[in-house]
Design a binder for this molecule. Structure first.
Ligand SMILES: [Zn+2]
Ligand SMILES: [Zn+2]
Length: 146
């Protein structure tokens, strides 16, 4: 059971029965509300995540978008804008560099329609550096029966 209540970013609960599950989720929700003390603010920490996700040190609430690139000290290597969009690790030096939404490769995003994705796929496959993770749910066989 997963719920997205206001004031607590995300709750996942597990229980043997639906009622148990609901009780567990409710308890977590109350815990999260108590934590924010009515202010809606948790004691967020990034725990090393670079994607902007935050974890509350007190109640363990997780929010996928808490920190900005600026707050994490992550700046696009092209335009210096703070970003949590994309980063790459240079395997030789171990240096991590960041790219903003404008400068990162178009790997993901709801803005792309299927046609655009299909046009991008050949290039993505050719430039495969191990980081690409397209959900390859369609095959060329289905698209072009021959
Ligand atoms: Zn909290
Ligand atoms: Zn940029």
């Amino acid at each position: 059971m997963e719920i997205y209540p206001p004031g607590a970013a995300f709750i996942r609960s597990e229980g043997q029965t639906p009622a148990e599950c609901e009780d567990s989720a409710w308890a977590q929700y109350q815990h999260a509300l108590d934590c924010t003390d009515g202010t809606g603010r948790h004691d967020w920490e990034s725990r090393g995540y670079r994607n902007g996700a935050g974890f509350c040190s007190r109640c363990n609430t997780v929010d996928p978008q808490v920190f900005t690139g600026e707050q994490l000290g992550q700046h696009c290597r092209v335009c210096q804008t703070g970003t949590t969009c994309h980063w790459e690790t240079d395997e030789a030096t171990g240096q991590v560099s960041f790219l903003c939404a404008d400068h990162c490769p178009p790997l993901e995003g709801p803005a792309l329609d299927d046609e655009a994705v299909e046009q991008l796929l050949p290039g993505l496959v050719e430039s495969d550096d191990g980081k690409k993770s397209w959900p390859m749910t369609t095959t060329t066989d289905q698209e072009n029966p021959s």
